[in-house]
Write a protein that binds this ligand. Structure first.
Ligand SMILES: [Zn+2]
Length: 421
């Protein structure tokens, strides 16, 4: 008897859709079987599709608060606007903004997100209450000020000590220096040393725009990736968001280092940052995960939309329809995210974390020649019916069981007044 049994679904196992039943106990998948399983809770999935839930590997969840307020701007003017508005954000606002993000993410089949932002205790609180899984870090920068740098690291460190491993292991807390153009090399060296001491990963924005690469070259005489490599910052415990502007040599450095890259296609398009060389990264064996970035630059947390953009952009980048295949896109959206952050999940296999999405077949799935293509190219998210995170059912028939959706939406709409005044 399992705590949850998902019976006879068309399950994505080892890169194929096969008919199987899945048993869940505690936080893990404990059985994959050809025969029906018994459970305290049983889902008949005979007409459903079962996939590992998605991992949104780079976001600033509470930026839902600023969604739609700074539009049609390129990154630098967008950032100036956003940074001005962010000064008005108070801790509790971050809680509500994150809750709204979590609603959207759960409805899109996302079980885990990696967040870099401010007032992170409130993000952790929202994650804890909602049943979501998350990798969290305080977004810090010294901006050339040594004293500020010391304070920032102290906040980042305290956040990790307080939350890492909390809520039955649903929260991983790591370091999040903002970017090489807002953090000095000395600061980044200290962050790296602390991260190694504490045994935690690092999440950082790198080479998102051409401007940023030129700025770092002007300041330090080296491109961001070369700089990070030279100061001993890059290794398999680092996750780089974006990596849009990389030359051949930098791709080689990344591969050697074992660092992961998060591809954020919609945000890169919207802020006209560019199209990263994902096809080549995959060929080189670099682990590439998928992210939405914050909703102020996206503007949604719809991972089906993100997968489709991820695929189409690479086709155009290389002028080749098979430059990145649908199965590689689905891996980016699932197991590659877990792998980037050192979590054993994103796969339907025994021992894997029980983060599972059960999908119905919407009209746009038919005829179902291969569910893989329906999921990557034609689904819109309404298909996600049940979501299991860490072995707990958090959404059933698209109703989130762990929070009050109405209340969250009302609260966020009310907060609008603060940012427009
Ligand atoms: Zn970002």
């Amino acid at each position: 008897m399992h705590s949850i049994a998902i019976n006879n679904g068309l399950c994505y196992i080892n890169g194929e859709f096969v008919r199987a039943s899945i048993g869940v106990d505690g936080s893990r998948i404990t059985r994959i079987s050809k025969i029906e399983l018994k459970g305290d809770v049983v889902f008949d999935a005979s007409d459903m599709i079962v996939i590992p839930a998605f991992f949104n590997a780079h976001t600033h969840a509470a930026m839902t608060l600023l969604r739609g307020i700074a539009e049609d701007m390129e990154l630098n003017s967008w950032l100036r606007n956003v940074w001005r508005l962010e000064r008005k954000i108070e801790p509790e606002d971050v809680y509500w903004g994150t809750m709204l993000a979590i609603i959207e993410m759960m409805k899109s089949g996302i079980a885990c997100f990696s967040d870099l932002y401010i007032h992170m205790d409130e993000v952790a609180r929202a994650v804890g209450e909602s049943g979501m899984r998350a990798v969290l870090c305080y977004g810090m920068a010294d901006r050339g000020d040594e004293e500020r740098g010391r304070r920032e690291i102290e906040i980042g460190k305290r956040f990790i000590e307080r939350w890492n491993g909390s809520f039955d292991g649903r929260i991983s807390a790591i370091f999040g220096p903002h970017a090489p153009y807002t953090c000095t090399p000395e600061f980044l060296r200290t962050v790296k040393r602390k991260a190694v001491e504490m045994g935690v990963k690092i999440h950082i924005h790198v080479s998102e725009t051409k401007w940023e690469v030129e700025e770092v070259e002007r300041k330090y005489g080296s491109s961001p990736i070369r700089l990070l490599s030279d100061i001993g910052f890059l290794d398999g415990d680092v996750v780089i968001a974006h990596g849009v502007w990389l030359d051949d040599h930098e791709l080689g450095i990344l591969k050697e280092s074992g660092a992961s890259v998060v591809y954020n296609p919609v945000s890169n398009l919207k802020l006209v940052s560019g199209i990263p060389r994902v096809g080549e990264m995959i060929e080189l064996g670099i682990n590439v995960a998928l992210g939405t970035d914050g909703t102020a630059s996206n503007n949604s947390y719809n991972f089906f939309e993100e997968m489709k953009f991820a695929s189409l952009l690479q086709k155009i980048r290389y002028n080749r329809a098979d430059s990145v295949k649908a199965s590689q896109i689905l891996d980016m959206a699932t197991c590659n995210g877990y792998k980037a952050y050192g979590l054993n999940g994103g796969l339907l296999e025994e021992g894997s974390l029980a983060d599972i999405a059960i999908l119905s077949k919407s009209p746009q799935f038919y005829p179902v020649y291969n569910p893989l293509y329906s999921i990557v190219y034609s689904a819109n998210g309404e298909e996600v019916q049940q979501l299991i995170v860490n072995g707990e059912i958090v959404m059933e028939d698209r109703v989130i069981l762990t929070l009050d959706e109405e209340k969250v939406v009302r609260k966020v709409e009310k907060l609008k007044e603060k940012f427009t005044s």
